[in-house]
Design a protein around this ligand. Structure first.
Ligand code: NAD
Ligand code: TYD
Length: 342
């Protein structure tokens, strides 16, 4: 197959490109705009593989898509490209709509016109909104997004449904819980806490820190997306989750313990507006239909992740300069949104 991966220079996309090159004979074309989150260093070594091609471009660029889909005789699309950070969507929702909603719509239209045979939409569990202390999201849970990010993903997710229902276009949607692992941009909880801890900077825990996320090692997500591509039922929706519920504060404690550091750097800061309290996934449908289950347990995945950030300090130090400093100041600087006490 010739597979177009969008957003393949980001965290999950780059892990997915590596996954495909390692585990299949397929040809992989990676289309990525290289926004602040896209980084070709995430793909070091891949460019030597004759089955891989990188194209810098925008999923909103119709002409480019038309040419690329035809020129590369693309059989299947795996769509990761997105604005992905909730806090940024609170500061500036617009680009979330243009990239995540309009971009997905344009990609769907052009893929359909080009005769693409399978399209995997990498959606998220955040489309379901927030859970109380009990229960899990199933594929039948109502969509009730609470952040502009989640709303934009829900819109894209539903457009995929519409393309299947209206045009019979073979779209499969995955809705995964929080990922962790190598190459995650240090704006997200785990890499941000590791990098700050190693640099002796405060660890900003939002609100009371008792929010719960369900963590999955990134390679397990990639395997689920690949199963959805090869065996997923057109029009199907698959929840993907690690069954690893953890309170943020407990996770930060665990990271500090792993790094051999004390807890004095933890700083409780103002909460994220609209902060979802708890996510938890019921993944029994993908297990029953596609035989997927997580293969990396939390202890192993966390050890691999912490070791990676320790070994690849140059990777994240380089990112945490320039525009990142402005971002950090906007989010966490004195007088800014997450500054101060709870
Ligand atoms: P990321 O922010 O690390 O990467 C996004 C990539 O998309 C970047 O390489 C960026 O350059 C690219 N991109 C952005 N706008 C683009 C555009 N207009 N055209 C082409 N490329 C563009 O994100 P991630 O964490 O790797 O997430 C990837 C996907 O998985 C997203 O769709 C996200 O919603 C979804 N997802 C993420 C998680 C998670 O825990 N990170 C969980 C479930 C689902
Ligand atoms: P994040 O990694 O941004 O993922 P998401 O919001 O998509 O779940 O955040 C994970 C959790 O960690 C979430 O409850 C918000 C919290 N958090 C903090 O407490 N401090 C931080 O600096 C960040 C980035 C997140």
């Amino acid at each position: 197959m010739n597979i177009l991966v969008t957003g393949g220079a980001g965290f999950i996309g780059s892990n997915h490109v590596r996954y495909l090159l390692r585990n299949s004979d397929d040809r992989v074309v990676n289309l990525d705009l290289l926004t602040y989150a896209g980084n070709l260093e995430n793909l070091a070594g891949c460019e030597d593989d004759p089955r891989y091609r990188f194209v810098r471009g925008d999923i909103r660029d119709r002409e480019l898509l038309r040419t690329l889909l035809q020129q590369e005789a693309i059989d299947a699309v795996v769509h990761f490209a997105a604005e992905s950070h909730v806090d940024r969507s609170v500061e500036g929702p617009e680009v979330f709509i243009t990239t995540n909603v309009l971009g997905t719509e344009i990609l769907l239209e052009e893929s359909r016109a080009a005769g693409v045979r399978k399209f995997v939409m990498v959606s998220t569990d955040e489309v379901y909104g927030s859970l109380g202390s009990e229960g899990h999201f199933t594929e039948n849970s109502p969509l009730a997004p609470n952040s502009p990010y989640a709303a934009s993903k829900a819109a894209a997710d539903l457009l995929c449904r519409a393309f299947f229902k209206t045009f019979g276009f073979p779209v499969v949607v995955t809705r995964c819980s929080n990922n962790y692992g190598p190459y995650q941009f240090p704006e997200k909880l785990i890499p941000l806490m590791i990098a700050n801890a190693l640099e002796g900077k405060p660890l900003p825990v939002y609100g009371d820190g008792l929010q719960v996320r369900d963590w999955l090692f990134v390679e397990d997500h990639c395997r689920a997306v690949d199963l959805a591509l090869r065996h997923g039922r057109p029009g199907g929706v698959y929840n993907v989750g690690g069954g690893n519920e953890m309170r943020n504060l407990d996770l930060v404690h665990l990271l500090l313990d792993k790094l051999g550091l004390g807890r004095e750097l933890i700083t409780f800061v103002a909460d994220r507006p609209g902060h979802d309290r708890r996510y938890a996934i019921d993944a029994s449908h993908i297990t029953a239909e596609l035989g997927w289950a997580p293969s990396v347990d939390f202890a192993t995945g966390m050890a691999r992740t912490v070791d990676w950030y320790l070994a690849e300090r140059a990777w994240w130090e380089k990112i945490r300069t320039g525009r990142y400093v402005e971002y950090y100041d906007l989010m966490y600087g004195p007088g800014r949104r997450h500054a101060g006490g709870v």
